[in-house]
Design a protein around this ligand. Sequence first.
Ligand SMILES: *Cc1c(COP(=O)(O)O)cnc(C)c1O
Length: 230
Amino acid sequence: MVVNIKDNLNKIKERIEIACDKARRSSNEIKIIAATKTVPVEKIREAIKAGIRFIGENRVQEAEKKILELKNEKVEWHMIGYLQKNKVNKALRLFKMIQSVTSIDLAKKINNSCARNNQKMPCLLEINVGKEPTKAGFLEEELFESLDELSKLSNLEIKGLMAIPPFLEPEEVRPYFIKLREIMEKVNEMKIPNLHLKELSMGMSHDFEVAIEEGATMVRIGTAIFGPRE
Ligand SMILES: *Cc1c(COP(=O)(O)O)cnc(C)c1O
């Protein structure tokens, strides 16, 4: 199958513009995170040439190879997949942001490793908005129980929330996007030190327009840029 990455990206940008107009937002508020799991380096390079500046990888080992090969490119790498605790140190060296902080234990582990390295790490808290047993992430009630502890993890820069809602028709996903935004608003209203959230990483190839209408600041897009994964 012939895939034209530049054309795909242009189409996505047009769709983002339309969604932003509809929501009376500026498209400057939206970052496209190219989700590149299983995508070979040559295709990623093409996407970078076409204007991609943020790349999301799901696995530390796969990312490590790609980051080495693309080390001269001006892009930011974000971890968006499940992070095993024994991979935290490596992840801290490779990524500019960890979007997939799925539990208080992982948050503490990242914070401790950061403290040892004398570094800070921008993070998003991943919320299991669909309460799906097969998915990782904070349940809403777990998040609110963990806020005090999270606010004390001074080597984490907690910038916002991320979610992978149930895979449904875009309009059926809307309530989950609304839910994530409402959780963020609720946290912000509590005015807890170190917990001023503004990023909402939500929306993928099939539902990013709805996510943008509901406040997404980062959309993680794979298939619509690169075509179906092998
Ligand atoms: C693969 C992936 C995406 C992108 O999915 P597409 O449907 O291909 O756009 C987004 N977020 C995460 C966490 C992913 O693993």
